[in-house]
Design a protein around this ligand. Structure first.
Ligand code: PCA
Length: 325
């Protein structure tokens, strides 16, 4: 009997080792609406992992901040409360300035430049995440960032005293430099913040304006194309290391697929989102010459501040990116 038990134990261990005996399910917290392309792309990624592993590893996505709110997702994955998750990485630039490189104003303002910035920085960003106990699997940009207001704004003289929803320390700094009062709000709470008057302006893509139906409170969108910030999908390092190499390869290859598909989708949808804002009554327009000038001045200040915070490593990445253009 003892021999049989031992044999069973050894067999079970062997099967677990090859990964074919025990199917595993990972919960994947995501912060944005289920209908947003990042969330739909997360589902595509999950489906690809399921197919690739023959069901050995399945992933259940939880969009809309339903499992963890956006602000908590990175810590949840670092501490293995969730094995995988998606987070808007520049919200963590206070932990490491490199996480804010995609939000340096006017550094990379088109999809093409966003790709080049990504190519120049992805290895260092992966290393930074590894130091945080995370394995980077893929990254997808948001469309270019523009300014939303509830009145016409033609220069910084028009923005004094406005309550401004920020989503990271860079956008809080923009508010300061434009004479506005920043308040940090996750996208999931944006509609509420606007309807209760906690915030009355913000900077984001057409995507989030569309998802949150901000035409119900706001009237103007200025297409400033200031930067294209990114969402990152990462796994807890221990959870990833605990998988067999085939399953790890499935996560990586499905991540490559999701990155390509999500990036293409972002670019396809960028113009459509702005059309939807206009179709719902918003004035969608290029910023005035004065507003562009004001924003360029502010952007230059912030680029200098970022470079000081990010030191030699940050400057080397910016140089590498510029050389690749
Ligand atoms: N939408 C997200 C992040 C950037 C974007 O375009 C938001 O506003 O929270």
């Amino acid at each position: 009997m003892k021999t049989i038990k031992t044999l069973l134990g050894v067999t079970a261990a062997a099967l677990t080792f090859t990964g074919s005996a025990s199917a595993e399910n990972w919960d994947m917290p995501m912060a944005y609406s289920a209908s947003n392309y990042h969330s739909m792309n997360g589902q595509l990624f999950a489906d690809a992992v399921g197919v690739c592993t023959g069901g050995d590893l399945t992933i259940t996505v939880h969009p809309g901040g339903s499992l963890f709110g956006g602000a908590d997702i990175k810590r949840a994955v670092q501490t293995a409360q969730a094995p995988i998750g998606e987070r808007f990485i520049s919200a963590h630039q206070n932990e490491n300035p490199l996480y804010g490189i995609d939000s340096v104003p006017f550094l990379a303002t088109s999809f093409a430049d966003s790709e080049k910035l990504w190519a120049a920085t992805k290895d260092k960003l992966g290393e930074a995440l590894a130091d945080d106990n995370l394995v980077l699997l893929y990254s997808v940009p948001w469309p270019p960032q523009g300014l939303y207001f509830k009145k016409p704004v033609n220069s910084v003289a028009d923005t004094q005293g406005i309550k401004f929803r920020s989503y990271n320390s860079a956008t809080a700094r923009i508010a300061d430099l434009m004479g506005m009062a920043p308040v940090q709000v996750e996208a999931a709470e944006l509609s509420q913040a606007l309807s209760t008057g906690v915030a009355e302006a913000f900077i984001s893509s057409g995507s989030t304006g569309y998802d949150r139906k901000v035409w119900e409170q706001l009237t103007h969108f200025y297409d400033t194309q200031a930067w294209l910030p990114r969402n990152f999908v990462f796994a807890n390092k221990g959870a990833f290391d605990g998988l067999n190499s085939q399953t790890q390869n499935c996560l990586r290859s499905s991540g490559m697929l999701a990155q390509a598909a999500g990036t293409a989708r972002a670019e396809q949808l960028a113009g459509w989102y702005l059309q939807q804002l206009a179709a719902n009554g918003m004035t969608v327009t290029a910023p005035s010459g004065q507003l562009v000038e004001d924003l360029q001045t502010i952007g230059a200040t912030m680029a200098t501040e970022w470079a000081e915070a990010a030191g030699a490593e940050g400057s080397a990445l910016v140089e590498a990116y510029k050389a690749s253009k």
